[in-house]
Design a protein around this ligand. Structure first.
Ligand code: HEM
Length: 210
């Protein structure tokens, strides 16, 4: 769970930082997208790095889901007799929504790939014109797309907050002070990620990027 989660978090941060290049203008952003395809050349043929990354991410997502199912089953088997009384509210909101949060994030990623990678659902949809694809995608008239992205990215934030906290606990930080640090670190890292991602559609919405 933690190894695959770490890979996914690393991708999320690098992708978020890359997205911020949109604030440097159309030429810089499109050049960055072009550079992504040339990573590893001439050792690797053009775009091979991207395909390797896609393979690794797909394996990580599948591994993450399989680990979640195994852990859930193990937890169930550890307590074959149901609790006579189980309080409805247990743990933080993030902890209680891991399963459904994960499903929402997965559905979002599928939509997002059709939107900005294959461009099937993108209103501009021109390969190589990444800045325009993003700017047209979040145009004010398409507010519902921005709303969907916002809800999904907030779900990513909640998922990450609990995931990071669990990972830090697994590493042994279980003293009361350690727990406070773990909670604070998980919260800060998740908020930074959510704000970083959301800055792009909202910058388009208010005309800062057009
Ligand atoms: C508003 C926030 C986001 C924006 C503006 C954005 C933008 C983009 C763009 C422009 C691409 C295509 C890049 C290219 O072809 O050069 C892309 C690809 C992708 N994004 Fe995002 N993204 C956002 C959020 C996310 C989130 C939250 C996730 C994961 C949960 C994610 C996962 C991916 C993946 C997996 C790809 C495919 C990478 C590939 O081509 O192999 N993105 N994104």
């Amino acid at each position: 769970m933690a190894v695959t989660g770490f890979l996914l978090v690393a991708f999320l941060y690098v992708h978020m930082i890359g997205n911020l290049k949109i604030f440097f203008g159309e030429e810089t952003f499109d050049h960055y997208a072009h550079w992504l395809r040339s990573i590893g050349t001439p050792l690797l043929p053009e775009a091979w790095y991207l395909y390797i990354q896609r393979g690794v991410l797909t394996v990580a997502v599948i591994g993450h889901i399989v680990a979640a199912v195994i852990l859930a089953r193990r937890a169930r088997l550890a307590r074959p007799v149901k609790y006579a009384h189980r309080p409805k509210v247990q743990g933080s909101y993030a902890a209680r929504t891991m399963r459904w949060g994960g499903v929402i994030v997965l559905l979002f990623v599928i939509y997002h790939i059709l939107d900005l990678t294959t461009l099937t659902l993108n209103p501009h949809g021109v390969t190589g014109e990444v800045y325009r694809n993003v700017a047209e995608d979040f145009a004010p008239s398409r507010w519902y797309v921005t709303l969907f992205y916002t809800l999904s990215i907030v779900a990513v934030g909640f998922h990450l907050r609990h995931g990071l906290w669990s990972a830090v606990r697994t590493l042994g930080l279980q003293s009361p002070r350690g727990e406070i640090y773990a909670r604070a670190t998980a919260l800060v890292l998740s908020v930074v990620l959510v704000v970083g991602y959301l800055s792009v559609p909202f910058a388009v919405l208010v005309g800062l990027v057009d």
